[in-house]
Ligand binder design. Structure first.
Ligand code: R5P
Length: 299
């Protein structure tokens, strides 16, 4: 392979797994802060005619991780790399994919524009909105962890389960899981009141005495999942809740809130460094194999 792997500071554990899956050693880099807080980068290897792949997830601190990715890409270019691929397992700002009040920026578009200034290709996993691919002026390879997660869930599957979309945005996702797991579906009607507060308007579908399997692309503050789970329990669902989600950010009190519920398992990926993992019954599927296979196919 003519590929060289550069690992940013956002997710060293996934970086090591990806290097092992590719059978390569990551390029030695110095990544530190200058005393004034600026990021200082030195890429310690020449890359003339090599394809550089920079792994950087963009969970918090999002701004720092994004800039570090761009600086690494710039350094690789200056060391002679013939192409640069940004591997972004969790793609931040994806939820800012449109204007709602007309007063906001479109953060997802800005992300793709910034990345396109230094990268020739972007690899992302389970974007909040697949249409973001269309924003990018460089090829964006949109991978799905859904088959991986559905497969990991299969050993827990029973006929008493119902898959549930905790909001309208997860309807297509729940249908995809339903096709793979051959389970019925139900829907929660959510109304977001603020970045941290959500209310449930209604539950549609048969959940009575059923074990629920909530699916969503991400858990951030946990507000969506917690409100949906509480509404489902009130609606007569059994105290046996599973969650399947691609990106488990667990911001703020999300883990504590979820731990108060009868959640038997959370099946997720290592797209971000998992916080408070000990508090929750997390079952983690690594993305290393999926990313390595994709890089091999592209090289
Ligand atoms: C929103 O549409 C997303 O799919 C998630 O439902 C949401 O972003 C999760 O955020 P939180 O955990 O803060 O409710």
């Amino acid at each position: 392979m003519d590929t060289v792997l550069i690992i940013g500071r956002s997710h060293p554990a996934l970086g090591s797994k990806l290097a092992a899956a590719l059978g390569v050693e990551a390029v030695r880099c110095l990544i530190k802060e200058f005393p004034d807080g600026e990021i200082r980068i030195e890429v310690k290897q020449d890359m003339v005619d090599r394809d550089a792949c920079v792994l950087q997830t963009t969970a918090a601190p999002t701004g720092r991780n994004l800039l570090e990715l761009l600086l690494l890409a710039d350094a690789c270019r200056r060391r002679g790399a013939r192409s640069i691929t940004a591997i972004i397992p969790y793609f931040a700002y994806a939820r800012q994919d449109r204007r709602i009040s007309g007063e906001e920026p479109i953060g997802a578009r800005l992300m793709t524009d910034l990345l396109a200034t230094r990268c020739d290709r972007i690899i992302a996993v389970d974007l909040h909105n697949a249409a973001i691919e269309g924003f990018a002026s460089v090829p964006l390879v949109h991978l799905s962890a859904v088959p991986l997660l559905a497969e990991a869930f299969r050993k827990h599957r029973t006929d008493r389960q119902v898959l549930v979309a905790p909001d309208a945005g997860a309807v297509k996702l729940v249908q995809a899981y339903a096709r793979m797991l051959k389970l019925p579906v139900a829907f929660v009607e959510k109304e977001r009141q603020s970045a941290t507060e959500v209310a449930v308007r209604a539950v549609t579908g048969d959940v009575k005495e059923r074990a629920v399997v909530l699916v969503d692309d991400m858990i951030s503050t946990g507000g969506t999942m917690i409100a949906a789970a509480e509404a489902l329990l009130e609606g007569g669902a059994s105290r046996d809740i599973s969650i399947i989600t691609s990106h488990c950010l667990l911001v703020g009190s999300a883990a504590a809130g979820l731990a108060r519920l009868p959640v038997k398992r959370i099946i997720t990926t290592d797209s971000v460094v998992l916080q408070k993992a000990a508090e929750l019954p997390l079952e983690v599927c690594t993305l290393a194999g999926l990313l390595a296979d994709t890089l091999r196919e592209m090289s």
